[in-house]
Design a protein around this ligand. Structure first.
Ligand code: SAM
Length: 243
């Protein structure tokens, strides 16, 4: 269970983001916290293992999506390279109306996420084992989502090729969770984003609540359809990013 300090950090963060949870939702976060700590003892699930870190750098960080999107306007979303479920699981707990698809190429992480989905009794959510480059061509998933998110998976030029194919043209968006100085990364990615039918609209910089941990969300709007040839075959986007 979270201790007093962890609960306090969590509540401070939620207040700062204006996210309000029911008893049931708090309980789901507690269960997820316990499962992460238990599983991290036996396998390499996430680099962050101590309690306050999980609360701040995983739970609250994931929920900063509210700085970029009005989640009440989002019907469905997809998280590419979700790992142990970030940012998708905290967003799903806090905004249960959102239909959610999670993707990861590592099956031990997908198995863990499926255990979490079952234990927390989450509905309208599934975790798929696969690579973004392959799933981006699946007609059930391609250009079907209001929102695509991704955290700590690749640089922005590569991410654009992974993520933009899933986003609905005209009304959908892609939000990349980032940290550090992004000027160069954004400049390098502009062409790739445009090729995928998108445009970088905003970089939203902030500190995680009550901390000196700086973060950015890059908000990209999809304006046109992604050409059929993208994403290229698995492995190519990261080997030869579009310049
Ligand atoms: N998003 C999580 C987070 O922020 O904690 C996990 C980040 S982890 C550093 C990167 C994850 O992306 C890994 O679990 C990896 O298996 C997955 N990944 C990397 N390339 C991928 C691809 N092309 N398609 C799907 N998943 C991918």
């Amino acid at each position: 269970m979270m201790n007093r300090e962890e609960i306090l950090k969590f509540k401070e963060g939620l207040d700062d983001l204006n996210v309000y949870l029911s008893e049931k939702q708090y309980k789901q976060f507690h269960m997820f916290f316990d499962m992460l700590q238990e599983k991290n003892k036996v396998m390499n699930l996430t680099a962050i293992t101590e309690g306050v870190g999980i609360v701040q750098k995983h739970f609250i960080d994931s929920l900063t999506i509210v700085k970029a999107e009005d989640m009440m306007e989002i019907d469905n979303m997809i998280d590419i390279g979700t790992g142990a479920g970030f940012p998708a699981i905290p967003i799903k707990i806090a905004f249960p109306h959102v239909e959610m698809v999670l993707v990861d190429s590592l099956d031990k992480r997908v198995n863990f996420v499926n255990e979490v989905i079952e234990a927390l009794d989450l509905k309208k959510i599934r975790c798929i084992h696969g690579r973004a480059e392959d799933l981006g061509h699946d007609p059930q998933l391609r250009e079907k989502f209001d929102l695509c998110v991704s955290r700590a998976v690749a640089n922005l030029a590569v991410l654009a090729e992974y993520c933009m194919p899933f986003v609905k043209p005209q009304k959908g968006s892609f939000v990349a969770y980032k940290a550090g100085d992004l000027h160069e990364e954004i400049d390098m990615a502009r062409n790739s984003v445009n090729m995928m039918g998108g445009e970088i609209k905003q970089e939203i910089g902030f500190f995680l609540p009550y901390s000196d941990i700086s973060r950015s969300l890059i908000w990209i709007q999809k304006e046109m359809r992604t050409p059929k040839m993208y994403p290229r075959k698995a492995g190519i986007p990261s080997k030869s990013p579009i310049e």
